[in-house]
Design a protein around this ligand. Structure first.
Ligand SMILES: Cc1ncc(COP(=O)(O)O)c(C=O)c1O
Length: 446
């Protein structure tokens, strides 16, 4: 197909907008991609996804602009710009973007191990229920995970069980708030202070959540984040490692960039002399010749780099963050009211008084396995997506069961039986809520 571009489109952005106009009837790209336009919602036919990218034509323009006008397709100016904007938005000093939240956790733990001089076998405390790639990087970095059972109010790890598990090898507590909902941060920080432990944050589900008015990332030495489509902002795939300590982020960046020593970022990566102005020098201590700094490796690294277009999307998404946060909060509140009104015996956890949760989903605790299975089947068969509370007790999973005894964590063992979640997505609208209400009324009466 040959598209005629209006001759008046003199800028790249103008040409892209003309192109989009010529390929869609009313320039509403979201309508075509994500079925979230109110006019298009057909009860029982349109899927109510548990989440999805909250994008419109602005993200599409950013992608095309980055691809057509960029210089190097992979991490460059757009990623660097997004890293700086992300840091500013969440009161952080330094951030490095990577290609997923899992990669962010891998680089985060690797960087902390080096920066804090953790030794193989040092212990890190975390919840026994969570996402697998919160745990996996500990094992991949030869650290020892020490598990804590959950409490059933917020489904977070039970803070009162932590102290009994602290040993002289414990170095940190790795917090991953459930569906964005913080535990009692005052108590957690008190435990960290008392035992001289670092607080590390997997912020993949809790971006934007606050405790006493401060973002959770402001309480931790370093944090990770995910931009997978289910998350608060999405770049398709993507993640971020952040800290106020520059050295931690520099090590994470090196790990994500093959382990190299060169710290050129953004446009500087294309400079012939490098940011240091000294690219060709005697960089290798055991070699007396001149080498290119780009080929000096100080860490055993990976390649976790995102594409530049992901950075471009991130910058647009950040401008929508407040709107996304408000819409997620509204979706959670509406769905919670409906579920609690109609479904007997279920409970939807809420936030603690000092917390303001930026909800990732709407958690549901059922009285027993039968109620959960019935409700999940009913919602799914009517096109309302549901999700497990991640891995359940992770010690029941084949990859991790050798780490400890699942039966020692009784609350975690009820998760697969009784807990699941539905969305708190920003694109839900009144028709979605009234469809869910009709469904629940039809099945449970009242
Ligand atoms: C708490 C938590 N950590 C890490 C991840 C991994 O993020 P990604 O899917 O971007 O690799 C997820 C994914 O949803 C998550 O929920």
């Amino acid at each position: 197909m040959v598209v005629q571009i209006d001759e008046t489109a003199t800028t790249l952005e103008g040409a892209i907008q003309e192109f989009l106009k010529s390929t869609t009837s009313n320039f509403d790209v979201l309508k075509y991609l994500y079925n979230s336009n109110a006019e298009e919602f057909i009860p029982g036919k349109t899927s109510v996804y548990y989440s999805g990218p909250y994008w419109n034509d602005e993200e599409i323009v950013a992608i095309l602009k980055s691809v057509l006008g960029g210089k190097w397709i992979t991490s460059g100016e757009q990623v660097h710009k997004f890293e700086a904007q992300f840091s500013r938005q969440f009161n952080l000093k330094h951030s490095v973007m990577v290609n997923s939240g899992s990669s962010a956790n891998l680089a985060l733990i690797g960087a902390l191990k080096k920066y804090l001089d953790w030794q193989d076998g040092d212990e890190i405390i975390l919840s026994v229920v969570g996402f697998p790639t919160t745990l996996a990087p500990l094992i991949q970095n030869n650290l020892k995970p020490v598990f804590i059972d959950i409490e059933m109010d917020t489904l977070n790890f039970d803070l009162e069980q932590i102290e009994a598990k602290i040993s002289d090898r414990t170095r940190a507590i790795f917090l991953s708030p459930v569906l964005g909902n913080p535990p009692d941060m005052d108590r957690l920080l008190e435990i960290c202070d008392k035992h001289n432990l670092q607080l590390v944050l997997d912020n993949c589900d809790s971006l934007g959540s606050t405790w006493k008015g401060k973002y959770l990332n402001e309480y931790s030495i370093a944090s990770s984040c995910s931009f997978y489509p289910a998350h608060h902002i999405s770049t398709g795939e993507g993640g971020m490692v952040s800290s106020n300590i520059e050295e931690i982020v520099n090590i994470a960046r090196s790990l994500a960039w093959w382990g190299r020593d060169c710290y050129c970022v953004g446009a500087a990566n294309l400079l012939s002399c490098g940011t240091c102005g000294n690219r060709f020098d005697r960089w290798l201590p055991d070699y007396d010749g001149v080498v290119d700094h780009k080929y000096v490796f100080t860490n055993v690294g990976y390649n976790l780099k995102p594409l530049d277009l992901q950075g471009a999307i991130g910058s647009v998404q950040l401008q929508k963050f407040d709107e996304i946060e408000q819409r997620r909060s509204h979706s959670k509140q509406r769905l919670q009211e409906l579920l609690e009104r109609y479904v007997p015996g279920i409970r939807v956890p809420g936030q603690l008084p000092e917390a303001k949760t930026c909800w990732f989903g709407t958690p549901i605790i059922c009285p027993d396995r039968t109620v959960k299975q019935e409700l999940v089947n009913y919602l799914e068969s009517n096109k309302v997506q549901t999700r497990n509370y991640f891995a359940g007790n992770i010690l029941l999973q084949p990859a991790y069961k050798h780490l400890d005894t699942a039966a020692d964590y009784p609350n975690a063992n009820v998760v697969l039986d009784q807990v699941f979640f539905i969305g708190a997505a920003p694109h839900y609208h009144e028709q979605v809520f009234s469809y869910v209400e009709d469904l629940l009324k039809a099945r449970y009466g009242k």
